[in-house]
Design a protein around this ligand. Structure first.
Ligand code: VG1
Ligand code: CO
Length: 543
């Protein structure tokens, strides 16, 4: 075996964002860019020698290349064993499950999630720790620090492994095991949910569509929905993962799933429709005549989780990211369980899940999950919805409407301004922060402001403090505007404006969301000067 130590020079931009390092594919293709980052990661893991690592990704362009590089570098860095998804495939939640189940030190997940793929698209590398969850800021900070001074990486000379062959191969003495990426995950889902009841529902004519968007969930959804649960063949659309996602944008929202939305608003729509993103951790839920916002979905799943076998004895607590609507808070209050508000990104839920403080977590960005893994999980959310529909024998629309009549409705929307000038975006945020004290004393355009801060989080489990997580402006009637900059974009800056207004249980629940929030949109622009600073007439994407 020849291990080579190759000299390199550092890059200054390898700081992981909300969910790993994400850049254009062409950026990753610079000589040594991938190698530097992987070596910086290996150098930051003190107990790497002899350990097991899991690797796989969402199948996007460049996935295979990086897997081969990472395997050769792992062999050179003394890793004991690599577990690889067949074809280089693992959805993010499935990778999380395998890391936990096989007691690996951690795993490398290759994905840029909902960002487009292909030679001109995006790529990403993320490290998950032994609990199966995204690495903590402590680890990602260490990797970044290392990447700024790295001067060499180690790699063995060896032929590519055959990613298609199940079983064990050897790379310069290191064991490489290729496993079916679906089997363990499907078995876990079968433990959590009442598959018999869901199968019976399908057998009695329940119809659904699941759009895998030519991304990673195709094989998972086919195996579970069509093969195990008996959903009609063709229920899963765009089921074959493609390196460029069929030139699509694998982001399951109302912009990129507009055809599905239009279908679901028709009288002859199927009973239920869902979609997932590039790496399988997000979900979109639409019932006939009823789109369910992700924030509402979190609240509904938490309120009804006890109907699924895995959660039948109740849930310990709920956590949501700060910009997510407070709909779930009302459920926690009613159930008498703890509620946590964390910064954006699944890594902040890990400690709460590990400590048993929460069972269900969610984000407004179409992410929901539970303590079954340490990632959000698109297919899991769909199955929990199906389990609830099978148990309650009601439509999505009826369940949502009843929920609002019980808890009230949090009208909610996010307005994104994508690819704006980074300087202008940073200035907008800085100016907003400077205005906070004045807003508290003088209000905003005649509206009393009861909360004006830059969100900081004290982790109740390990005591770590995270600052600067988004500007919150709250009004006396419970309405709220939140501003933050995205940490997953690859070009320029994305300004996210989150708008929320609470309508009590006895109030009006059938208003158009954008109408119901129109006054807050005006206030947001007045306080932040978004249009003037970005030169944009309106948001790029409204979710
Ligand atoms: C976005 C979402 C956040 C999510 C993250 C990763 O981050 O807002 O809620 O956790 O993407 O999701 P940001 O920093 O761009 O707002 V995924 O599906 O990309 O792994
Ligand atoms: Co994702």
């Amino acid at each position: 075996m020849t291990t080579k130590t190759i000299s390199t020079t550092p890059f200054d931009d390898q700081k992981p964002g909300t969910s790993g390092l994400r850049k254009r594919v062409t950026h990753f293709q610079q000589p040594n860019y991938v190698e530097n980052f992987i070596q910086s990661l290996f150098d930051s893991l003190p107990d790497l020698a002899g350990q097991t690592l899991v690797i796989g990704g969402d199948g996007r362009y460049f996935n295979d290349t990086v897997i081969q590089i990472a395997i050769r570098m792992a062999a050179a860095n003394g890793v004991g064993k690599m577990i690889v998804g067949q074809g280089g495939i693992f959805s993010t939640p499935a990778a999380s499950n395998v890391i936990r189940k096989r007691k690996a030190l951690g795993g490398i997940v290759l994905s840029a999630s909902h960002n487009p793929g292909g030679p001109d698209g995006d790529f990403g590398i993320k490290y998950n720790a032994s609990n199966g969850g995204p690495a903590s800021e402590k680890i990602t900070d260490a990797v970044y620090a290392r990447s700024k001074v790295i001067d060499a990486y180690r790699i063995v000379e060896a032929p590519d492994i055959d990613l298609s062959a199940l079983g064990t191969q050897s790379v310069a003495g290191m064991e490489v095991e290729i496993i079916d990426p679906v089997a363990d995950y499907a078995a876990l889902m079968e433990e959590l949910f009442d598959f018999d009841a869901i199968a019976e529902m399908f057998a009695s004519g329940f119809s659904m569509q699941f759009d895998a968007m030519h991304a990673v969930t195709g094989p998972y959804a086919k195996a579970i929905l069509e093969n195990r649960l008996g959903a009609a063949e063709g229920t899963v659309l765009n089921a074959v993962p493609l390196p460029d996602f069929g030139e699509g944008h694998p982001d399951p929202n109302l912009v990129y799933c507009k055809d599905m939305y239009d279908l679901m608003m028709r009288a002859d729509a199927p009973d239920f429709a869902a979609a997932s993103d590039g790496d399988g951790d997000r979900n979109l839920i639409i019932g006939r005549n009823r789109f369910v916002t992700p924030s509402d979905s979190l609240a509904l799943l938490a309120a009804n989780a006890h109907l699924a076998p895995a959660y039948s004895s109740g849930i310990a607590g709920i956590a949501r990211s700060m910009p997510t609507s407070a709909a779930a808070d009302r459920v926690a209050e009613k159930l008498g369980i703890e509620m946590f508000e964390t910064p954006t990104g699944w890594k902040f839920f890990g400690n709460l899940l590990d400590a048993g403080r929460v069972t269900i977590c969610g984000e407004e960005s179409a992410g929901t999950g539970s303590n079954h893994v340490r990632e959000k999980d698109g297919v899991w959310a769909v199955l929990l919805w199906l389990n609830i529909l099978a148990a309650r024998k009601q439509s999505v629309d009826e369940i949502v409407t009843e929920h609002w009549a019980t808890y009230g409705r949090n009208y909610y929307s996010r307005h994104d301004y994508e690819e704006v000038d980074s300087g202008a975006a940073n200035e907008l945020m800085a100016d907003l922060r400077a205005k906070l004290p004045e807003l508290l004393t003088s209000g905003l355009l005649g509206r009393e402001v009861v909360l004006a801060d830059d969100f900081a989080y004290l982790d109740p489990v390990d005591g770590s403090q995270t600052e600067g997580q988004g500007v919150r402006i709250g009004f006396a009637d419970g309405s709220r505007i939140v501003f933050r900059l995205s940490g997953t974009g690859t070009v320029g800056a994305t300004i996210r404006v989150y708008l929320e207004r609470y309508e009590p249980a006895s109030g009006v629940h059938d208003r158009d969301t954008q109408d119901a929030l129109a006054d807050l949109v005006g206030l947001a622009d007045a306080v932040a000067g978004i249009k003037a600073r970005t030169g944009r007439d309106g948001p790029t994407v409204i979710t």
